[in-house]
Write a protein that binds this ligand. Structure first.
Ligand SMILES: Cc1ncc(C[n+]2csc(CCOP(=O)(O)OP(=O)(O)O)c2C)c(N)n1
Ligand SMILES: [Mg+2]
Length: 629
């Protein structure tokens, strides 16, 4: 028997005593009560006398070895008995390091944290969900991650063998097909029937989740497999994890695309979930410069420096409207870039020339789920190149360079002055728009973003919350600066995803800031406690408009359409009477906080105090009463 196993046996024998010494009498009393309860529920008397029937090497230990083999650093989870053995193994056998267990207060928070983390860390986090109920809570956040093409390793506890289930609650929480509820919006799932099967499925799942287009994957950790002793351990092996190299677009197709781009008079590049790294951004800069084409960063990822003269994200309507050739890079909604359906009359409008030539480099054709409609409206294009955008950028740039003769190069370079002026004009317009109502109370959203900028401009920073003003006002040159959006627009994403990003950024010396909508935080505010407990430094600046403001606007629009009174638009949409005191909400969970600020002059000093807390490694929240959106 290994030394570990002996240690664990000794621990079990003296459980109550050890627990009393280590974690205080309250926990010791609880663990005695728990032992008693287990005896009562299961009727297995021997379990009440620790030491008599020991399982020194449970299957869940091997499961931890498997999870460690993937390199997952964290498991975000709300605890549940369907994975109690795996949780115990993570902590006692695995030493609660790589992976470390993160205590979450809602499964939606676990998944959204993993979502934000994956984009900031460049690798997935694991989450553990408790059978039926845990997966039901997780579902919307999984959908957001699916829509955003982000990998999450979802582990679920479940007892598949009815002969082993304890009566009562365990039946309510077990399910014949755990992943079924998520199958429409996950890439793959499996319910392994043996430990060897678990090892192969986790490695296969990790590989699938992290191969573009990246998506969440679900693997069930069967409860009985977790708790029962490992049989024939020598026969078990963990397969090697080799990541698949993402595909580059076909070279012939790239030559054709290059010809179209080089010959264009008004080319435009639209990048969405295109880049995954600083290197990807650098490649997009090289391509854009080779064609001297303006770039619209749609914002699914950080694709292009906002300081570059070819950055024209704020001029999408005008540039798409005049374009003769458009290059799309993993754009989630291609149809919506060139067409629209008006609101509220649902009438079709074209926003581009009818003969604009469209090239799309994308892997979206590999996603073939039918039920959910995240594929967006079908868009006929002139050249559909199947390939990973980031990996295809460099060969496309090479093709562009070889398709450009000296005369053409000179002609393209002649556009530079105008392009620089247009970029400056876009910036000035954003600054002018931002200065409207600068000193008004409630505070404008632009003022909020500007105040935040003042306290982070000398830091390495990541904006993980609401990013609209920041994207047009803040000079951003690094991939880690912006963490993209929710994917599926399921509200409740922003706060936990920002905390997940902050965790990924913690050891890189990057300060994570979150302009945080009030309605979003109230879905699952317990993520503040998770940030405090795990010492995750994040600066939350509340965009507290005391409303589900987008819905206020929708109701106003409907009242206008129906020619009826508008003042009732607040019914069911405002969060007033009583007003929520977000500073107290945060303080109650151990987070440093100040609020409820309505004087814009007071935001800066409060943020300066908050940043000092964040720099010490802890979360901080500043609540500001703001205008609409
Ligand atoms: C889960 C979910 N429920 C409802 C909605 C509809 N919805 C869209 S925006 C919004 C308001 C969100 O309020 P808040 O986060 O405070 O942002 P605000 O609009 O006030 O800026 C709601 C409820 C949604 N997108 N997702
Ligand atoms: Mg709001």
């Amino acid at each position: 028997m290994s030394k570990d196993a002996i240690d664990r046996r000794a621990f079990l024998k003296g459980a109550a005593v050890t627990a009393a010494a280590a974690i205080g009498t309250r926990m010791a009393a609880n663990s005695e009560a728990a032992a008693q309860t287990m005896t009562n529920e299961s009727g297995a008397k021997e379990a009440a006398r620790p030491g008599e029937k020991i399982i020194a090497r449970p299957g869940s230990d091997f499961m931890v070895d498997v999870i460690k083999a993937t390199g997952i650093d964290y498991i975000a989870s709300n605890p549940g008995s369907s994975f109690r053995s795996l949780q115990e193994s993570i902590v006692n056998y695995g030493g609660n390091k790589k992976p470390e267990f993160l205590t979450c207060m809602h499964e939606e928070s676990s998944v959204a944290m993993a979502h934000g983390y994956a984009k900031a860390a460049g690798k997935p986090m694991g989450i553990l969900a408790h059978g039926t109920v845990g997966l039901q809570h997780a579902a919307m956040a999984v959908y957001n991650a699916w829509c955003d093409r982000v990998p999450v390793m979802i582990f679920a506890g479940n007892f598949i063998d009815a002969d082993k289930r304890r009566p009562g609650v365990e039946w309510y929480h077990c399910v014949q097909d755990p992943a079924g509820i998520l199958r429409d919006f996950t890439k793959w799932d499996d319910q392994p029937a043996s430990l060897q099967h678990f090892a192969e499925s986790v490695i296969r799942g990790y590989k699938l989740a992290t191969t573009p287009p990246m998506e969440p994957v679900v693997i069930t950790a069967d409860g009985y497999l977790q708790e029962a002793a490992i049989q024939n351990e020598k026969k078990l092996h963990i397969p090697k994890l080799t990541r698949a190299i993402p595909p580059q677009g076909d070279s012939g197709a790239l030559a054709e695309a290059a010809k179209m781009l080089v010959g264009a008079e008004r080319p435009v590049i639209l990048a969405d979930r295109a880049c995954r790294s600083q290197e990807g951004m650098k490649r997009l800069v090289e391509l854009a410069e080779a064609i001297n084409a303006p770039v619209i960063d749609i914002g699914g990822r950080m694709n292009f420096p906002t300081t570059h003269y070819l950055c024209r994200s704020g001029d999408r309507r005008a540039l798409v409207g005049e374009a003769d050739v458009a290059l799309l890079l993993e754009v989630a909604d291609p149809w919506g870039q060139f067409n629209t359906i008006s609101d509220p009359h649902h009438e079709y409008r074209r926003q581009a020339k009818t003969d604009v030539k469209i090239i799309h480099i994308s892997l979206s054709e590999t996603l073939t789920k039918s039920n959910y409609q995240d594929m967006q409206r079908f868009m006929p294009v002139d050249l559909a190149i199947f390939g990973d955008a980031e990996s295809t950028l460099s060969p496309l740039t090479e093709a562009v360079k070889s398709a450009t003769n000296i005369a053409r190069r000179t002609a393209l370079a002649a556009h530079t002055d105008k392009l620089r002026n247009d970029h400056q004009r876009m910036k000035e317009r954003a600054r002018n728009n931002a200065s409207q109502g600068w000193d008004t109370a409630p505070v404008t959203t632009a003022r909020l973003a500007a105040e935040m900028w003042q306290v982070i401009k000398k830091e390495k920073w990541c904006a993980a919350g609401r990013q609209d003003w920041a994207r047009s006002l803040w000079p951003a040159t690094e991939y880690y600066n912006f963490n993209g959006g929710s994917g599926g627009a399921g509200v409740g994403y922003t706060a936990p995803a920002a905390v997940g990003a902050a965790l990924a950024n913690r050891d890189k010396g990057i300060i994570t800031v979150d302009i945080q909508p009030d309605g979003d935080l109230m879905y699952a505010p317990g993520v503040l406690w998770t940030a405090a407990h795990h010492k995750i430094p994040i600066l939350m600046l509340m965009h507290n408009n005391r409303a589900y403001h987008q819905e206020v606007m929708h109701l106003q629009k409907m009242a206008a359409l129906h020619n009826r009174r508008m003042d009732t638009a607040s019914v069911g949409t405002v969060i007033e009477n009583p007003n929520i005191d977000f500073a107290k909400l945060a303080q109650a969970q151990g987070v440093w906080a100040e609020g409820q600020i309505s004087d814009p002059a007071k935001i800066g000093p409060a943020l300066a105090r908050a940043v000092a807390v964040v720099k010490k490694g802890e979360p901080a929240l500043v609540d500001v009463v703001c205008q609409g959106r």
